[in-house]
Ligand binder design. Structure first.
Ligand code: OSB
Ligand code: MG
Length: 379
């Protein structure tokens, strides 16, 4: 197959409510979508269209990438490397882009779109295409929610109550210095039984070890990325001193970093994000390494639209995704999503994996066009 055309789009979309983490607050998202058209010849007749989402933000505060760096890298480097090239499978794309170092979100947006297109060309669900030979993808995935930092504890209680009532299986709350141990103590006091975890988005340093150790009293499922975004070693020291599992998010961009973190004992769990690791093929490799080493993974989120959400759902069907992910219903983020049907969550806090070809949700072209503020066709 061969990519005959790539369309880049930037959409401006307002979140239903502002989302606050230790690195900032967002209420409007600059969303970047990648649409690819592939030509299946010589092995498959016809063409197919696939969609992916670049999960970079407006600012380089979660990762070094932004929508604008991704646009530049995609148009000026990634696309020229694929243009006119024959390849056998979407799984080959990540390797073809190897010469570009980093920029995983740009790569992931493009690569996941090719996976969707290949699955559509073959008429199979994306989850089926991602499965290893002999593997049956799960039909339902387990869902949790990620709750932003709240000014008032009553608002956090109310948010938790609402999500539990909707059926979500675990609650993650964002923490930062000044909004940590007391908040966790209060939430645990109010909800003694729930599956609870926290995410610090690298807001602490090794100097905060005593404070972080106080979190042990609240039997959290895990503490996500407490220390420096590139600091695997600091997490080794911390995990040595704590029973609560550390889960790494920001630190893991490659399989090499995943291997180092696991072998050194920096974490007991890994958060997988398609953008952060560069797409489905890279995620699959890291997933397999984690499975071999007895490290569970779960799917993280980046406040995606339905396109990115659909890819997260497909990835979450792999066997080592054994913990509930940050994959939740469209309506938690958007008034109206850009896919049809929207992503819905059952009363049991699960999402039923779609059975149609590709990502299994239809992009709503009219709505996408209306929200588009920038568009560029590469051919
Ligand atoms: O660290 O997991 C994170 C959102 C933006 C940037 C980083 C993170 C998050 C979330 C949101 O936690 C998860 C979601 O999309 O529901
Ligand atoms: Mg995180």
């Amino acid at each position: 197959m061969k990519i005959s055309r790539v369309t880049l789009r930037e959409l401006k979309m307002r979140l239903i409510a502002p989302f606050e983490t230790s690195f900032g607050r967002s209420d409007e998202r600059r969303v970047m979508l990648v649409e690819v058209e592939i030509d299946g010849a010589p092995t498959h007749r016809g063409t197919a269209t696939g969609w992916g989402e670049v999960t970079a933000g407006r600012d380089p505060f979660y990762s070094p990438e932004t929508i604008d760096t991704a646009w530049h890298i995609l148009r000026d480097f990634l696309w020229p490397m694929l243009k006119g090239k024959e390849f056998g499978r979407a799984a080959d794309v990540y390797g073809m882009l190897e010469r570009v170092r980093g920029h995983n979100m740009a790569k992931g947006g493009l690569e996941t779109a090719v996976w969707d297109a290949e699955a559509k060309l073959k008429g199979v669900p994306l989850a089926k295409l991602l499965a290893a030979p002999g593997e049956t993808p799960r039909e339902e995935i387990a869902c949790g929610v990620s709750l932003g930092i709240q000014e008032r504890i009553e608002d956090l209680y109310a948010a938790i109550e609402k999500e539990l009532a909707a059926g979500y299986q675990r609650i993650k709350i964002k923490i930062k210095p000044g909004k940590d141990v007391d908040v966790v103590a209060q939430v645990r006091g109010r909800f003694p039984q729930i599956r609870l975890m926290v995410d610090a988005n690298s807001a602490y340093t090794a100097q905060d070890t005593a404070l972080l150790k106080r979190l042990e009293a609240y039997y959290l499922m895990m503490i996500e990325q407490p220390l420096g975004w590139e600091d695997i070693y600091a997490h080794v020291e911390l995990q040595r001193q704590m029973q609560t599992p550390i889960c790494l998010d920001e630190c893991i961009h490659t399989i090499e970093q995943a291997r180092a973190a696991i072998e050194l004992g920096a974490c007991k769990i890994i958060n997988m994000k398609l953008g952060r690791v560069g797409g489905h093929a890279a995620a699959r490799q890291i997933h397999d390494l984690c499975r071999e080493r007895g490290i569970p993974v779960w799917c993280g989120g980046m406040l995606e639209t339905g396109i990115g959400r659909a890819h997260n759902i497909a990835m979450s069907t792999l066997p080592n995704f054994t913990l509930p992910g940050d994959v939740s219903a469209s309506k938690r983020y958007w008034d109206e999503d850009i896919i049809e049907p929207e992503v819905e969550v059952t009363r049991q806090g699960t999402i039923r994996v779609p059975t149609g070809p590709g990502i299994g949700y239809q992009p709503r072209l009219d709505r996408i066009e209306k929200l588009t503020v920038r568009k560029e066709v590469l051919s």
